[in-house]
Write a protein that binds this ligand. Structure first.
Ligand code: GUN
Ligand code: ZN
Length: 442
């Protein structure tokens, strides 16, 4: 008996996935829709994908096929920016970024010096990801190394592909949260050695944002990146006007906000910066040239009154920036990438010349997110050899959605209904590496 044969599974339903980028290609060329399709997985990877009538004759008679009528089978959602340590301050009233950080965030994150508390929240966080159809996330932990062990531990239990890192911050926050340049270097280095490449874990060097790191700490972060070029870098940029003014005062010699990170060698194909609402054209050009990705976090940007990102300005034209979507919990207001797509659509209505199409939104949440995280060779689409992280979306999750989808005329219309009306109720099941880890019992 071969292990591969033992671990083979098949799901049947309507397949929807991207093979290219609808921001610079015709949708018809890059959005694949197979009304009656089958996805075959083996040992956690995709073994075959295509129309049922081609695949059925290739399957052993005794193979169980799980059927999902009225459902879409799609690659798992990818959340390119979030903070597990801020789950408990979601929906905290009244302030914009700097005051919100001081009043709520820096207080909440101190609790993560307690490992048992970190374990409990990390466990809950991973469950929330699964119930919302998110199979991979890029996550900020707290300054305490134990908070990173807690998250990677819970992700490993579920075999989830996860990027995470210890926040580096050595100024402009309460003393209990601060590290210093050398300690943050040593702690991050030890965490890289422990976690990067262990199972499905990837480490991200995580300077919180320019105002909370000294030059010495940014230099230490750059030194780490040079020593470990395969690890990620994640931070925040140009989210709020007062924040940008502050960065100008703190780094008077830098050309602009992005230049702070650039000078310390922190840009590149494995760097993800959240927000970027107020970036200049020169900064966008540099993001594009360096391959640095941006995480668009619309629910957070609306909640904190930070501004409206023009996603079209970022993704199109002659200096495209790789973009994904981020929930940015706890400034973000939902774990659901469906709701995040819906808010991205509304922001695009207010910010740009072209409303965000459903195809582009779902691209950002799947293959676009994987591309932003430099892991499109592992997740984000369906083809033989990719990891079998996928979700089942129920297009009739609520009575209202059932009524509305009943007269939808195209797959793009159904996707649009899902992103405007859908939330965790529309996630029927979430599969990690071929295993069903979440099922919506309703
Ligand atoms: N900028 C620096 N830290 C944070 C954070 O925790 N959340 C958000 N939204 N922006 C930040
Ligand atoms: Zn954030």
């Amino acid at each position: 008996m071969t292990l591969g044969k033992q671990d083979r599974k098949a799901v049947r339903g309507s397949l929807v996935y991207f093979t290219g980028n609808p921001f610079n290609q015709d949708v018809g060329e890059c959005l694949l829709y197979e009304k009656d399709g089958i996805l075959v997985t083996e040992d956690g990877k995709i073994h075959d994908v295509g129309p049922a009538d081609r695949i059925l004759p290739t399957l052993d008679d005794d193979l169980d096929i799980t059927c999902y009528p009225d459902s879409l089978i799609m690659p798992g959602f990818i959340d390119t920016h979030t903070h597990y340590v801020q789950m408990e301050i979601m929906a905290s009233f009244g302030n914009q970024l700097i005051d919100w950080l001081t009043e709520y965030t820096f207080v909440a994150e101190q609790k993560f010096s307690d490992r048992a508390y970190a374990d409990k929240i990390a466990d809950n966080f991973c469950d929330q990801l699964l119930r919302n159809g998110t199979t991979t996330a890029s996550v900020f932990c707290a300054t305490y190394p134990g908070s990173v062990d807690a998250l990677f531990g819970q992700a490993a239990k579920r075999n989830m592909r996860m990027i995470a890192g210890k926040v580096m911050m050595d100024r402009n926050a309460p003393a209990a949260l601060l590290d210093n340049a050398e300690d943050s270097y040593e702690q991050s280095r030890a965490l890289i050695e422990k976690w990067h490449g262990t199972g499905r874990a990837s480490y991200a060097i995580t300077p919180r944002f320019a105002p909370t790191s000294s030059e010495a700490q940014l230099e230490a972060a750059g030194r780490l990146k040079k020593q470990y070029p395969a690890v990620y870098v994640q931070s925040h940029i140009s989210e709020n006007i007062a924040e940008i003014d502050w960065v100008k005062r703190l780094f008077p010699d830098c050309r602009d906000y992005l230049d702070v990170y650039d000078r310390f060698g922190l840009l590149g194909e494995r760097t993800i910066l959240a927000h970027g609402i107020h970036l200049t054209d020169a900064e966008c050009q540099r993001l594009s040239d360096s391959g640095t990705a941006l995480s668009h976090c619309p629910t957070s940007n609306l909640f904190l009154g930070s501004g409206l990102l023009d996603i079209g300005r970022m993704t199109q034209g002659d200096r495209p920036v790789k973009c994904g979507l981020g929930t940015d919990i706890g400034a973000g207001t939902s774990f659901s990438l469906l709701q995040t797509m819906g808010e991205a659509y509304k922001v695009s209505q207010l910010a740009g010349a072209h409303p965000l199409t459903a195809a582009r939104a779902f691209y950002l949440a799947t293959l676009g997110g994987a591309t932003a995280l430099n892991m499109a060779d592992k997740v984000g689409s369906f083809r033989k050899g990719l990891e079998a992280d996928f979700i089942i979306l129920d297009v009739k999750a609520t009575d209202l959605m059932a009524q509305r989808t009943a007269h939808a005329e195209s797959i793009e219309e159904i996707l649009f209904i899902l992103m405007i009306m859908g939330d965790d109720r529309a996630i029927r099941a979430t599969y990690i590496a071929g295993q069903c880890l979440y099922e919506n019992s309703c």
